[in-house]
Design a protein. Sequence first.
Length: 394
Amino acid sequence: MSIWIQQELCNGCGICVKICPYGAVEIIDTKAGINDRCIECAACLASCKEKAILTDAKEKIVPDFSDRKGIWVFAEQRNGALNPVTLELLGIGQILSRKLNQELSAVVLGDVVDDLIDPLAEFGADNIYVAIHPSLQHYRTIAYTSIISQLVKEHEPNIFLIGATHTGRDLAPRLSRRLGVGLTADCTELTIDPEHGDLLQTRPAFGGNLMATIVNRYSRPQMATVRPGVMQQVKRQVTRDPRKIVKPVSLTEEEILTKILEIVDEGTQKVHLNQAKVIVTGGRGVGSLEGMKRLESLALALGGEVGGTRVAVEEGWVPVDRQIGQTGQTVRPEFYFACGISGAIQHRAGILGSRYIVAINKDPMAPIFKVADWGILGDLHEVVPLLTEKLRQR
Ligand SMILES: Cc1cc2nc3c(=O)[nH]c(=O)nc-3n(C[C@H](O)[C@H](O)[C@H](O)COP(=O)(O)OP(=O)(O)OC[C@H]3O[C@@H](n4cnc5c(N)ncnc54)[C@H](O)[C@@H]3O)c2cc1C
């Protein structure tokens, strides 16, 4: 494709110069010209009232996908326990299924998965695609990609949702590449375009400063990963027996290429942050590992969990899986204690689902106070031990 300007038609108005996001159109001697920064995005074409901007590209035709039916959810499990994000995906899946009048299905792989059928049905799955094989006991990229891509090719779903967990973030791009379709990562909102019936996939962009809505009109399935803790789990009102579709699996260890030599269970944190009822989070104001220990005592007194801002993670005061915010976890506890945290937009993105936010900060102008239900203005090194002591006494 190429784009050029028919000089005799150009009146030099300069609108196309302003429209071009790449600085590729400039006025030279009262006429517009295209320079080598042009990436042929064609944004300028519609701006020209004189129809002086021309292209030899054929209009891209949106294929007819009316035969692509069904919303699929990847049911992530480990040792026979479902990752909570699976039920959250089924929650939003039920809404999309009603809007599109299409069935909702879960896809589960493993060595023993029978106990997962009931909860998947209870939380909304009409159909459950099952692949059982000893090689699928633990997640491995090639094995899971191979089986799921075969299932997708055989059954041709319309939408495929995967949790943005460690596993999902590995699996989803591999699958989308294998299937030759687009993928929107880390969505925080999903809805249906009322005009075309396409999936509108919304996610933070440009460092969380704006939300971008992405639509995939040219390929199916429409694939998205969704952040854990963002969508709601919803039990279906009338449970019915799901249709179980078993996928025969033939896999050899040689095909899979990777071997799991050892699984090391850190065993320290029992509750997922996105399941915790109380979270005490520390930021730069905590000052040290020692300061973080004070927050741990407060969390213990409240029966809660400890989290950190990106700064706290970078300082090594909390492990990376405890980071809360745009590039960490999204949480929705009953009580969220923000200690020594300024409340940057990227941090706030992960906490706004909390029922109550309590902020402890010595700066009265800290933005965290704008989203806090209660604010304690003071030095956290004094406030936190006092609060912990009072709670222990009660
Ligand atoms: C693309 C991108 C993604 C990001 N993702 C994340 C993310 O997922 N999570 C995240 O947290 N950040 C993220 N960030 C970083 C974010 O922009 C902020 O830099 C970070 O959240 C600031 O952390 P903080 O509040 O701990 O530190 P600061 O902003 O430095 O705030 C420290 C606060 O502590 C207060 N304080 C200091 N001493 C005390 C004391 N003794 N007692 C009480 N208060 C005290 C200060 O008044 C101040 O308000 C991201 C940034 C980018 C660009």
